[in-house]
Ligand binder design. Sequence first.
Ligand SMILES: [Zn+2]
Length: 482
Amino acid sequence: MSGEAVTSEAAPVYATPRILLIPSLEVFSVIDLASYYDRFIKGRGYTGVVLPLVETTGVYFDYRVTVDGSRQVVTGNAVRMLSTSSGTQKVEYIGLHQIIRRLTDLAGQTDPLSIYFSVHVDLPQFAHDSASSIADQSGFTSARACINKATTLQHLEALFRGAFGQETPASERVIDPVDVAGIVLYAGDLWPVSGAGGRFQLTCFCEECAEQLSRKNVGKDWFKKTPNPANLALAEMEDDREAVSGYLPVRDLEADLDPEDIIDRCAQVANTLAYNATRGKSDGKMQVSAQELMTLARQLKAYLTAKSTLSQEALKRVFREARKVADRELHAILLVEAEPYLWTTGIFFKDLVTMADSVDEVWLPVHPMSTPVGMPKTRAILASRACYFVYSFVINLNIHLPAFKATRMGTMPFEERQQMLRHGKDQVLSELPQKLVGLALPATMAAAKDAVVVGLDAEIIDRLIENALGAEETHSPQSPAE
Ligand SMILES: [Zn+2]
């Protein structure tokens, strides 16, 4: 050591994996539970595991729901599970409660695992009831549920009741509410955005959303014309053949920006309306005056602000419902990306602070932003877009399963389905870290280092794809063994 002053540099912060997230119970159809445990959990010091309470294909337990005034029993699917006994592999059909029992048995008393449930509110599962569907500004609906709708909340409540309701008889529920460590709400993809030909479709403008937006002085009609406020902040992306291949949103829109600042931010992204207008470029139909530009920016700000309030309230309602059903203060966890404005979650990042009265933890991918004062406890989720590609792969995989495929994918050629799933695999692998040991986090995430990891790898994904594509002729629906 020389006598010179040494710059004091904080020691690097390393992620410490603590919780394993299992995105789909389908994994147990390609690897038996004991082997999965050995591969992903054993000896790693995990304290908890996240299991999906609901998937694209439905749920793995029975529950009661009231539709149009009549009470119906929804029969849960069985998990098609591979098991090995005395060296031979067989297939069993079991329920979610059995998966939990076996997992906790394997963990034993020495390394007990807490059970978290993940909930994906926008799954088509809820939207089989068209009263739950999202709609864009032109009234086109999609088979996805709007979290803001009363019917979606009713479905969720029924689901919570069936899974861990305090008043549900113990023999009928999946788990005792005192054994639920928390509810993880995946809010990374609540509001899909799409665009082509400069026309951006935003969701949701269903009757309930439109009504609540209009009470906050946001007009649905603003978004029906061209150009509209969305054109300021969204730009079309073209692939190398110059075909429109998606859109690029301006993400660094903070809650406290003035309309002038919004125009400046949007003008930094090539091909947004603001970019073209401030550079005097136009294609004729998108010509706007400086005054019109300001009006659009004011409207955009009003929309983003109102949408953020609405989305926060909707998310809070879900947690409130889960806690009411469990009759206890379940740990409420939000899983989101980390950007100043989260387009597909519909909230400003800073507004997570104002959710601290309802949310106990926020799980965020590794990001460089500083954590605002007053933020709930944070954890790093070691998936770059907060599981966006993981969940999109799982949804695609599930809709290729034989039970589902008949209605949705029946006409898509095998090669195309194979290609789609392989592409999904590449996206998932690009989202997950190469290694979990020695993964350095930015200093701003020191408090979030007790991390969450996804329980998938390339080999499991390959087997899942093979299974989804290969099993189509041989599958017949089964009920749980018990
Ligand atoms: Zn809606």
